[in-house]
Design a protein around this ligand. Structure first.
Ligand code: ADP
Ligand code: MG
Length: 290
């Protein structure tokens, strides 16, 4: 596949922050990204996994044109993010949903909040209204369009934030631990919405998370460690690699750990079981063979 199909392509991407003391003097350099090479196909669902401080948010901010490479190059849909003329288009192409929904919702009414992005982009009013309606329907929040975001649950607020990003018609949506503050029901609703957008609208999804269970939704996973991609592969390949996960201060999902325990006990399961359904199916097959 040519570069055209790579919505995200980085070459030796590095980012350095200046570390400062209380008086603002630079005391050192933090190399938060250190030679990142990734190529992400348009329409794919990619998870970025890594312990705290491994560089995930820094990477996300590069994808969204909030930070620029110290070294190396990053292309978003063929646009070099280092070129300031591309910044607006980059932000529009790759929309970001942050961890805390309260920090990204600005208006007092849901539909106004969702319309804010396209309004800033200069989209005509009649088109904004139509987009807002579509995006609220897509995220299951249409019936709340006249509500105040303040009275919504965390999961509902995040779906409004997702709608707000969608209203800018991005090709790619980045979720930086966007479910971390949600209860299980809210998390599931947000993830279901994201999966649907990926499958039906073919929006590229970059899901940054430290929840192993969420990673199972992805086609492909990048595991980060100290600013580098320590490993990449399918969720099954990643979860099998217990040694690598431990080195990256991560753990396989509970179901995978159970499956690995059963394997050790001599039950011949295949490698890379990571869902309840998958484990149930394998155990059933084995039971039938007895
Ligand atoms: P993650 O999202 O995986 O937790 P971050 O990208 O937030 O990782 O951070 C990567 C590294 O960069 C960490 O060592 C962090 O302390 C450092 N860092 C992040 N933001 C800043 C900043 N604004 N100034 C200085 N150092 C930072
Ligand atoms: Mg982070």
């Amino acid at each position: 596949m040519g570069i055209k199909n790579k919505i995200i392509k980085s070459e030796n991407l590095a980012h350095e922050y200046a570390r400062r003391d209380e008086s603002g003097d630079v005391t050192g350099i933090v190399r938060a990204l250190d030679g990142i090479d990734v190529q992400i196909e348009a329409g794919s669902f990619v998870a970025v996994l890594g312990a705290n401080g491994s560089g995930k948010s820094t990477f996300a901010k590069h994808l969204n044109g909030l930070l620029f490479p110290t070294e190396g190059t990053l292309y978003i849909d063929g646009m070099d993010t280092a070129d300031s003329e591309n910044t607006l288009a980059v932000r529009q192409t790759a929309g970001m949903v942050f961890q805390n929904p309260d920090n990204q919702i600005i208006a007092n009414i849901v539909e106004e909040d969702v319309g804010f992005g396209p309004e800033n982009m200069g989209v005509p009013t009649d088109k904004i209204l139509k987009r807002v309606e579509e995006c609220l329907k897509e995220t299951g929040m249409y019936s709340y369009r006249r509500h105040s975001p303040n009275h919504l649950s965390g999961g509902q607020k995040q779906r409004v934030a997702v709608a707000g990003v969608l209203a800018m018609r991005p090709k790619c949506i980045i979720l930086d631990e966007a479910t971390a503050m949600l209860d299980p029901a809210g998390r599931k609703n947000v993830l279901d919405t994201i999966v649907r957008l990926n499958k039906k609208e073919h929006i590229t999804v970059i899901l940054i998370t430290h929840y192993m269970e969420e990673v199972t939704l992805a086609d492909y996973v990048y595991v980060m460690k100290q600013g580098k991609v320590a490993y990449s592969g399918t969720p099954g390949e990643v979860f099998q690699n217990v040694g690598m996960l431990r080195e990256c201060r991560l753990e396989a999902p509970q179901i995978t750990q159970i499956a690995q325990g059963l394997q050790k006990a001599g039950i011949p399961l295949t490698q890379g079981v990571f869902t309840i359904e998958g484990l149930a199916k394998e155990l059933l097959e084995l039971a039938k063979k007895r």
